[in-house]
Structures are given as C-alpha cells and as structure tokens.
Design a protein around this ligand. Structure first.
Ligand SMILES: [Zn+2]
Length: 101
C-alpha cells in the first residue's frame, strides 16, 4: 500500500514525490529536501503527496520552486544533509579519540 501524505505532515525522507492536486492540475513529480509538506497555494490542504521512485521526469523539479508551492514552502526548513554528515564525522573522531585511551 502506498502511503499518502498531506500538507503539514513530516517528509519521511528527502527524495521524489508525486503530487496530487485537487481539480486544478494533473499529478506531477517533484523533488524535495523540505522537512514538512507545504500546502498548495491553489488547493491548499487538499493536496496529497506520495513517495515515488526516482525518475528522470523529476530532474530539476524542486517542490519549493514550483509555482504552486513557492510561497507556501518558503517558511519550511530544509534538511541539512551536510551538517548531519559533519556531526557524524565529529562523533566518530570523538569516539576514536576516547578509544585511544
Ligand atoms: Zn494544488
């Protein structure tokens, strides 16, 4: 079963999602690094998101650059991949530092 997400739900993982609008637009693919799904500026909270497989059709189609989400996504934080990686590295070096004693 494919799980659908609504505006305001947490984005379970960064990646490609299929967006289902209410009456004004055909489903389309987007990529997102947002931590939370935004409302659509036209169909508001009726919009639904579904995790999709990575597809060439979605290349360079960012959710926060989409005209229907540009405004609504502007207040939502992005995942900080780089800093997460940096923290992991710091943690590992701390660990090896402690083990050397
Ligand atoms: Zn919409």
């Amino acid at each position: 079963m494919i799980r659908q997400f609504s505006a305001g739900d947490q984005v379970p993982e960064a990646g490609t999602y299929r967006v289902y609008h209410y009456r004004h637009r055909m489903p389309h693919l987007v990529n997102t690094l947002l931590v939370q799904f935004p409302q659509c500026s036209k169909c508001k909270e009726k919009v639904r998101f579904e995790l999709a497989t990575i597809s060439a059709d979605a290349a360079e189609k960012w959710l926060r650059h989409d005209p229907d989400f540009q405004d609504t996504a502007s207040g939502i934080a992005l995942r900080k991949k780089a800093s997460l990686k940096g923290m992991k590295r710091m943690f590992l070096s701390m660990l090896s530092f402690c083990m050397s004693f």
